[in-house]
Design a protein around this ligand. Sequence first.
Ligand SMILES: [Cu+2]
Ligand SMILES: [Zn+2]
Length: 187
Amino acid sequence: MPTQWTSLVVSPVQLLITFLCLLCWLIVTPIANAELIQITMRSINAYGIGDVIGSVSAKDSDQGLVIFPDLTTIATGEHGFHLHSNPSCKAALNPEGESVSGLAAGGHWDPDNSGTHLGPFGNGHRGDLSKLIVDANGTTTTNIVAPRLTTNDLKNHALIVHAGGDTYSDTPALGGGGARIACGVIN
Ligand SMILES: [Cu+2]
Ligand SMILES: [Zn+2]
């Protein structure tokens, strides 16, 4: 074979490298281009929706949904944090006729009808998220991961922060977070 042709013959190793590069590009490109969704969060109470207290951003990753809270003026400590079914942060009346903060958001998003609250790594409500940890300044910027959610799942629902923590169990009911204190709707 003339020497000018030998350099054009592709070796199996070169083919393998080309294939691996293409594979890497196909895997990495959608993650790098993942859309960042930003949700404005407002304080809520039994009278309705109040001031903006920050935002929550979210994007897809190969570990699931990564959530970046950036909230201020929340009491120090742990706060239950969930995706609720309805895209509303309004107060609503309970069966006793009392106005309840954020009640229009409905219950924890549960598309599988599991009927159980098990936290972000269980097989219960898919809206169960890791609790937010608020530092001594009343701010929270600690990222959390929701392995069973994507940005698409957030749409037409509401993110809710509760006054209390979360046991990731049905004892007490719905993890015991109590009152809904902040909310944001994803359209
Ligand atoms: Cu909740
Ligand atoms: Zn739940």
